[in-house]
Write a new protein. Structure first.
Ligand SMILES: [Cu+2]
Length: 153
């Protein structure tokens, strides 16, 4: 009885092995074909994404409108140069202190607008004139330093 059964039990593991290898081969083929078909999709979005269309924000500190320059000059006796200046509405005036002393750029009155800037040696002060009118100004440290800016339309 035992000798009759033994040949079938010996074949059984080989049949299982054959079925398993067949299943693995089929699964492997199906797996590789499906993944290669989906592969090239995400590369398209990466090429169109990062284009820098906006300019760097360096223009925020510089005025957009017209500009004018006035220097604070002199040795011992100081002055605004030029002492009289006419500009258009919207002009940004920049005072540059070329002397060794500190000064101020101070409006005489608040009409039509007031400004008061301290300018150390080598420093600058800027003010944008948005209203027409006559602006008399002076230096608080040296009251003899007087000047006028006329703003026209
Ligand atoms: Cu001064």
């Amino acid at each position: 009885m035992r000798s009759m059964m033994s040949p079938r039990w010996r074949l059984f593991p080989f049949m299982i092995a054959a079925v398993l290898t067949l299943a693995l081969v089929l699964a492997g083929c199906g797996g590789t074909t499906s993944t290669t078909g989906n592969a090239p999709a995400p590369t398209d979005t990466a090429t169109t994404a990062p284009t820098a269309t906006t300019a760097p924000p360096t223009a925020t500190t510089a005025p957009n409108g017209p500009t004018a320059s006035i220097s604070i000059s002199g040795v011992g006796t100081y002055k605004f140069s030029p002492a009289t200046q006419s500009v258009k509405v919207g002009t940004t005036v920049t005072w540059t202190n070329t002397t060794q002393a500190p000064h101020t750029v101070t409006s005489d009155t608040g009409d039509p607008a007031s400004f008061d800037g301290s300018v150390d040696s080598g420093g600058t002060f800027s003010f944008t004139f948005t209203q027409p009118g006559t602006y008399k100004y002076h230096c608080n440290i040296h009251p003899y330093m007087t000047a006028t800016i006329t703003v026209t339309q």
